[in-house]
Design a binder for this molecule. Structure first.
Ligand code: SF4
Length: 268
């Protein structure tokens, strides 16, 4: 690329000055991602299904009468692949966390956002479950935009109620599953089957978890990555020009405007 064009873009660029999902008044711009197809989309879907199956099945797998994985913070009981860990083993946890952090940093420097795109629970649930439900009920990006901007009709109400209902049902299922990792599947089944008055604490936790999940995936969505997730916030310092990332190509994308013929990027 010609140096003057590069200089021009760097001098006039605005796209780095603000978040793409917020307008100049600070109001959120809702994202309507287009459905994607292709071999990478299929591969990502396959990975999602595999991880979701793992997540939902593990609480029911027992080794020698103990759960395969348990993170019972309340009773300070931790089980990893059938092995019991006590609070006295906390130094092992610290070492494992330090190793993990170093690994994540090195991995990110080389492979960019591979974790974000393929295995992060936020992505798996958003793209692999909630977005799929949305596409199924409301259609692709343009149909969704049209529906949201259109008048309030019977069809719109039906689609919105159906979508939000399914979202909440999935949120309840996911929150129960996560709870099973903390207190064990047997206890969760007990809470679900017994009268609410006998397990008020567990019931309140389940409802709170469900609403939190529902809020994250029906409303917060990509804002988790942009504003909340520490790993997302760190990307700016972890990536360099040699990292493998799918990124916004400002050379092709800036200055914004109508698509021009190939090679038509010119500084005025
Ligand atoms: S930025 Fe954080 S929440 Fe978002 S996909 Fe990456 S790891 Fe997950």
């Amino acid at each position: 690329m010609e140096a003057p064009v590069f200089d021009y873009i760097e001098e006039h660029e605005e796209f780095r000055d603000h978040i793409a999902t917020v307008d100049q008044k600070g109001k959120r711009l809702w994202i309507y991602p287009k459905k994607t197809t292709g071999k990478f989309t299929s591969a990502r879907s396959a990975v999602s299904w595999l991880l979701l199956a793992f997540l939902f099945l593990v609480p029911f797998i027992k080794v020698n009468g103990e759960p395969l994985l348990l993170f019972n913070i309340i009773e300070r009981r931790f089980i990893l692949f059938g092995i019991n860990f006590a609070p006295q083993d906390f130094h092992l946890f610290v070492l494992a966390m330090l190793t993990l952090i170093v690994f994540i940093i090195l991995f990110t420097v080389v492979y960019g956002r591979l974790f974000c795109g393929w295995v992060c629970p936020q992505t798996i649930f958003m793209e692999g479950v909630f977005r799929k439900i949305e596409y199924l009920i409301e259609g692709d990006a343009n149909a969704q935009r049209k529906l949201n901007n259109g008048p309030l009709t019977g069809t719109k109400v039906f689609k919105k109620v159906l979508k939000q209902g399914l979202f909440f049902a999935v949120a309840v299922l996911v929150s129960n599953t996560f709870l099973a990792y903390i207190i064990g599947a047997d206890q969760v089944l007990q809470i679900v089957s017994e009268p609410v008055s006998q397990n008020m604490g567990g019931f309140v936790a389940m409802i709170a978890f469900s609403f939190a999940f529902y809020f994250v995936f029906s409303y917060l969505r990509e804002q988790v990555c942009v504003t909340i997730c520490p790993y997302g916030r760190l990307q700016g310092v972890l990536l360099d020009r040699n990292s493998i990332v799918i990124h916004y190509d400002f050379v092709r994308g800036e200055p914004r405007g109508k698509v021009r013929k190939a090679g038509a990027l010119r500084a005025p």
